[in-house]
Design a protein around this ligand. Structure first.
Ligand SMILES: Cc1ncc(COP(=O)(O)OP(=O)(O)O)c(N)n1
Ligand SMILES: Cc1ncsc1CCOP(=O)(O)O
Ligand SMILES: [Mg+2]
Length: 211
């Protein structure tokens, strides 16, 4: 089943918890708590509350970077980038009951994440975004076509979600590359009505999924 993963963010209108609440109300079933530049205590406090909200909405709850917090609060999983703990090391800490996602920016990264037995891959960035600093090279739609073709040729079937500056208009062309889902933040949070924007994005992902 194709999926939307909402990445939390804070702006002048919403704090991290409120941002996730909008996406949950719009039907999002996969939330990632991402709080860059915050200390562990702050992340822990928000994570505990958000876990309860995700349980209420029956949504999967992932935490960015923080393996030990994910274990302690019994989140559903973690997302780890190229500069974070390797997935296999995280697996030793978390055991088999947790989802471990990894970031890829190239086909070589996908081969590495396959070797590391990641459960899903966040492939990006699709385009420039202000949500993340120090972006890896932009892939554009050509990058997704190239990488997804190689993935198919090699029979790799780890689910891929596209990420980075994605808007509603990008969903049809991105899903057509064969990916399994979309991760985003700004398009929902900056919308006039984040709840109906979430509903629209989920509808577009489902309508354009190629099984
Ligand atoms: C779904 C998804 N894909 C990629 C990322 C980026 O992770 P990372 O490269 O570790 O960067 P930070 O998010 O930690 O700044 C992600 N978080 N989620
Ligand atoms: C966490 C992350 N990793 C690559 S781009 C990005 C930010 C995604 O947020 P947005 O959808 O606002 O670009
Ligand atoms: Mg990270």
């Amino acid at each position: 089943m194709p999926m939307l993963q909402f990445i939390t963010h804070a702006n002048s209108k919403y704090n991290y918890l409120d941002s996730a609440e909008e996406a949950l109300k719009g039907g999002c079933k996969w939330i990632q708590l991402r709080m860059k530049d915050k200390n562990e205590e702050e992340i822990f406090t928000v994570a505990l509350k958000l876990k309860e909200r995700c349980r209420h909405f029956q949504a999967t709850f992932i935490i960015d970077d923080q393996v030990h917090i994910a274990k302690e609060i019994k989140a559903d999983g973690v997302h780890l980038g190229k500069l974070d703990m390797p997935p296999q090391e995280a697996r030793k800490i978390l055991g088999n009951g947790f989802i471990i996602g990894g970031t890829a920016n190239s086909f070589d990264d996908i081969l590495y994440l396959k070797e590391q037995k990641a459960d899903y891959i966040g492939l990006g960035p699709f385009r420039f975004t202000e949500t993340k600093k120090n972006l890896s090279p932009i892939l554009g739609i050509e990058g997704y076509h190239r990488i997804c073709t190689l993935r198919k040729e090699c029979g790799i079937n780890i689910p891929i979600v596209a990420i980075g500056g994605i808007t509603d208009k990008d969903i049809a062309p991105l899903m057509a590359t064969g990916i399994e889902g979309i991760a985003l933040s700004g398009t929902i949070l900056n919308a006039k009505n984040p709840v109906s924007e979430t509903e629209k994005i989920i509808h577009l992902i489902n309508r354009n999924y190629h099984d």
